[in-house]
Every structure is written in C-alpha cells, then in structure tokens.
Design a protein around this ligand. Structure first.
Ligand code: ZN
Length: 308
C-alpha cells in the first residue's frame, strides 16, 4: 500500500491580494518539492470535488450559502481583514473538502495506507458559522465527520501542529467527545484561543508554546501531552492538520521548528495510527508561509509518511 497525494490545479486558482502570505505560490512550491526522485512512488490523484452535504456536517447551510454569495465574478472580495476570495475560491475549497473525504475513503478501503492533501485555502480557523484566518471550509473537521458518518468510526483524532491554534476545529467539536482535538501552537498569537484550560467535553487538549520555543519544547509537548492523550483515546483514525508555519523561517510564527521536527512528529503519529487505527492516517495541509521552509517541511513529512 502506498502514500497517496491529492493535488489539483484549482488550488492555484484561489487568488488573494498582493502581498498576502496565503498565496498560490505555496502550492507551486509544495508540488515542486514532491517532484523530487524520492517521491516517484507517491500515488498522485486529482482531488475530486466535495459534496456540500459533507460540509453541512460541520458548517450550517446558511454559512455555506453566505460563502457562495461572497464569491466575486472578477477580482478579489473581502470576508474580513485577512480572509479574501476570488472567482475560483469556492471551487478550490470544495475540492479541498473532496480530497479530505476521499483520503478517508482510501485509508478505510485500504487503497492507500496514508494520504497527504496538498490543498489551499487552509481550513482549521473556519468555525461552524464564521470564516476567518484565510479559511473557508474546515477540511479536517469535515473529514472527521465523514469518517464517522460514512464509515461508522467511533473515535477520530485530529492533531494540529500549525503554529496557530485551530479555533475552528475546536469550535466544531467543543461538546463532542467522539472527536479528540489536540493542538500545539504559539500563544499569544492569532487567533487568541487555545489556552490549556479550554478543554471542551474533555476532548480538547491545547498545548500552548511560547514565542521562540523550538525543538526541545515542541518534542516535550508532544511526548508529555499530545501522545499520552492519543494513547488514552485510542483513535480509529488520525487526521493531521499539517501546518508548517512553526518552521523557524516562517514570517507569521515565532517558533523555531525544523524539518527534522516534522519528520519526528509524523513518525510518532504513524506509531499511534499503527497501534490503534490500522495505520489509517490522513494529513491535510494548513499553514506554512515561507516557501523554502514549507517545501522542505512538506518533503520531510511526506517522506516519513511513505516510509510508514
Ligand atoms: Zn497557521
């Protein structure tokens, strides 16, 4: 069984304003990195368009309509100061959701051992009723709900190592103990949530890190909080909200992680998935705004997924 990569040209067609960090070049850099010799065995599949019904498990019908209505016929429209849309943004977000759900189907059927979804816009800041932080639909949350609704899984874990807290994922699963949300992130930083005492129904585990923390603090957070929470939860499926903006080169975050840290953390999560979830693991791109840091980190992450 192989590692599957979902990609699609539509992910480059979601346009943002000049100078915006969440830009099409991110996906170009990721795809270029995955063209290297080491990735020739990646199973490359075009991301399918998702079903809006899958999105309704995490966002209201009214919310999806509101997003559709903001899409301009030309140029760029603003949802808030950070979050903008262009004519192809809805299509890009729909394919992101489609790839995340297809990735779940693949690891359930055994067609792939694990999956990486190279999509944008990202999703983890999108709350049930609110788009923010560059995010429209919460792909990781929709994938978790899809795993439960379409495949009958009881326990799904979402691990989020993006430098920002995934307030959207926390919001969607706040009172749902069937989904464990575990996040390492820098605090204080956008969006301001993610304190240790935000625990939902006991299913939310926030492990804030401080500005300038690096390898030692991140690995300690993983070893002392993230991994024990996962062991205790025994997930049937592990989903990674894989943001790479905790990389030391990133302009938006103040953490000092390296590619080696993402490789290490990926290995630890593969261990958890192997022990509890028949190796099922779906990783979905979130942030990462320095093109070199992003492409090197994605390469290390996907290389580890392929080794298993
Ligand atoms: Zn981020």
């Amino acid at each position: 069984m192989l590692t599957r990569l979902y990609h699609h040209p539509v992910f480059r067609e979601h346009l943002t304003t000049p100078g915006h960090p969440e830009r099409p070049e991110r996906i170009v850099a990721v795809e270029a990195a995955l063209e290297a010799e080491a990735f020739q065995n990646l199973d490359r599949v075009l991301a399918p368009e998702g079903a809006v019904e899958a999105i309704y498990r995490c966002h209201s019908v009214d919310y999806v309509r509101r997003i559709a209505r903001t899409i301009p016929e030309e140029g760029i429209a603003r949802i808030d100061g950070d979050t903008v849309v262009s004519p192809r943004s809805f299509a890009a977000a729909l394919h992101g959701v489609g790839a995340a759900c297809a990735g779940v189907d693949d690891v359930m059927s055994g067609e792939a051992r694990n999956v990486f979804v190279a999509a944008r816009p990202p999703g983890h800041h999108a709350e049930r009723e609110t788009a923010m932080g560059f995010c429209l639909f919460n792909q990781a949350a929709v994938a978790a709900r899809h795993a439960q609704a379409a495949h009958g899984l009881e326990r799904v874990a979402i691990v989020d190592w993006d430098v920002h807290h995934g307030n959207g994922t926390q919001d969607i699963f706040w009172s749902d103990p069937s989904v464990l949300y575990v996040s390492t992130h820098q605090m204080p930083l956008f969006p301001g949530t993610g304190a240790r005492d935000e625990t939902g129904a006991g299913n939310i585990v926030n492990v804030p890190l401080r500005d300038d923390d690096g390898t030692d603090e991140f690995r300690a957070a993983f070893s002392e909080a993230v991994l024990p929470a996962l062991e205790n939860f025994r997930p049937d499926l592990v989903i990674i909200s894989a943001g790479f903006d905790a990389h030391h080169r990133d302009p938006l975050g103040g953490l000092n992680l390296t590619e080696a840290d993402f490789d290490w953390a990926t290995g630890k999560l593969l261990d958890i998935a192997g022990r509890h979830g028949h190796h099922r693991l779906v990783s979905i791109l979130e942030g990462g705004y320095d093109l070199q840091g992003l492409s090197q980190s994605v390469a290390a992450h996907v290389k580890r997924l392929m080794v298993g």
